[in-house]
Write a protein that binds this ligand. Structure first.
Ligand SMILES: C[S@@+](CC[C@H](N)C(=O)[O-])C[C@H]1O[C@@H](n2cnc3c(N)ncnc32)[C@H](O)[C@@H]1O
Length: 409
């Protein structure tokens, strides 16, 4: 009887709120009842194991649904892209409006969780990256590049598009043989390897992840590039010296919005006179630097990238200027990242059986929805990706050709 009251309340609540809603969603209840939200065949099934779990569907947000799924309070079946589309439709139905975004801003204002000390950043990096190299190898491209690929013609496979991305960056910074290059956040080393091998640069790559550094060093030895590539486990704040070229690819999302000016000031300090830097990274399209809507930001913060923060392009450009850098060139690669994440999701799902042997069920579920969630967020312009080429601000002009033609030759 109690179950029936809860069920009717939920049904009328949901249906009342969502009169127009037609979703390829089936909800299976603990008593065997099935509720289809569309006359089309369902592509996603949510199984509710008992009345208590109904609350996740009463005022659904991407955070509450995601949390219920990864914590095992509900079961969700379907392809990740469909799960995310259904979750977004439920969350966007008005049930959560901007509440999660406001909570994110309140947390910012109160200074929660974003202190970004060296220790807290190292912990956050360990949580995300030190799962195991095998885990990442199971769904990244063979070069293990963990950032937006560049689909120059639109039809490249992932491995080709990742190499093209690295070359696009190295051409944009006009990297020449013998030049020194610092790669901040080098991951598993793909960019420094290519910069040394194909462009003849002398490279230092830094990462906070021990697993990444170990594999990157192995790859350097295998390629016989020890005399030209050094991999360090080092925080960007602790690097000394001067480099003619600096790259930072998919790293500055870990810095924290409040610290961007200091981060770019450190980059400017490390840049040799006339030097060139490329910052390639994710931005939010919320002009106030708010978290992504409907609870997506909270989910990412709690389960995927603790201490990750996205800034709007305008904030990034301002921080660059204030940190002593002059913006020379900006390119938007948002749809390239939507496609990259969709391909990662496909890889993840094709290799699901293997990946399940490499991690625990909770992390499997987190990464499953996170990758597809990012694909959705990029495709819907909630987040974006910019490559920004800079030199030092002031009269020390970056030594780059007069037009952009050099980038494509
Ligand atoms: C998303 S991965 C990108 C890796 C690589 N650039 C690529 O494109 O494959 C982010 C990288 O930033 C590094 N990172 C994050 N915070 C850092 C910090 N404070 N100092 C140095 N590296 C950092 C991580 O260890 C990781 O290697």
């Amino acid at each position: 009887m109690f179950d029936q009251i809860k069920l009717s309340a939920w049904q009328s609540g949901l249906r009342g709120k969502l009169p127009q809603l037609s979703l390829p969603l089936r909800v299976e209840l603990w008593n065997g009842e099935r509720i289809d939200l569309s006359s089309d065949p369902p592509r996603v099934t949510i199984r509710i194991p008992g009345p208590a779990a109904l609350r996740y569907l009463r005022s659904p947000s991407l955070y509450s649904l995601g949390r219920a799924y990864v914590e095992g309070a509900i079961e969700v079946m379907g392809r990740a892209a469909d799960i995310i589309a259904v979750g977004n439709a439920l969350a966007a139905s008005g049930a959560v409006s901007g509440a999660d975004t406001r909570r994110g801003r309140l947390a910012d204002a109160l200074g929660f969780r974003r202190n970004h000390t060296r220790e807290s950043d190292r912990e956050a990096i360990r949580y995300h990256y030190d799962v195991s190299n095998e885990f990442y190898a199971a769904w990244l491209d063979p070069g293990m590049v963990y950032s937006c690929a560049y689909f120059e013609g639109g039809d490249e496979d992932l491995a080709t598009a990742q190499v093209k991305k690295i070359d696009h960056i190295l051409r944009k910074i006009d990297l020449r043989p013998g030049q020194t290059l610092l790669d901040i956040g080098c991951g598993w080393g793909a960019l420094v390897l290519r910069a040394a091998e194909r462009f003849g640069a002398r490279c230092v790559g830094i990462t906070l992840s021990e697993n990444q550094a170990a594999l990157a060093r192995e790859r350097v030895i295998k390629a016989g590039l020890q005399d030209r590539v050094e991999i360090r486990i080092q925080d960007y704040r602790d690097v000394d010296g001067h480099f003619e070229r600096i790259t930072s690819v998919g790293m500055f999302e870990h810095v924290g919005v409040q610290h961007l000016k200091d981060y770019f000031a450190q980059v400017a300090r490390l840049l040799a006179p006339g030097g060139v830097v490329m910052n390639h990274g994710i931005t939010t399209t919320d002009a106030d630097n708010g978290v992504t809507p409907y609870g997506g930001g909270q989910f990412i913060d709690e389960y995927v990238f603790p201490q990750g923060e996205l800034a709007h392009l305008a904030t990034v450009v301002r921080a660059m200027q204030e940190g002593g850098l002059e913006v020379r060139d900006v390119e938007n690669l948002r749809r390239h990242y939507a496609h990259t994440c969709a391909l990662w999701t496909d890889n993840f799902e094709s290799n699901a059986a293997h990946i399940r042997t490499l991690t625990d069920p909770k992390r499997f579920r987190i990464w499953h929805v996170y990758l597809a969630g990012c694909a959705y967020a990029f495709a819907h312009d909630r987040i974006s990706l910019y490559q920004i080429v800079c030199g030092k601000a002031g009269s020390d002009v970056a030594q780059l050709p007069w037009s952009r033609r050099y980038m494509y030759t």
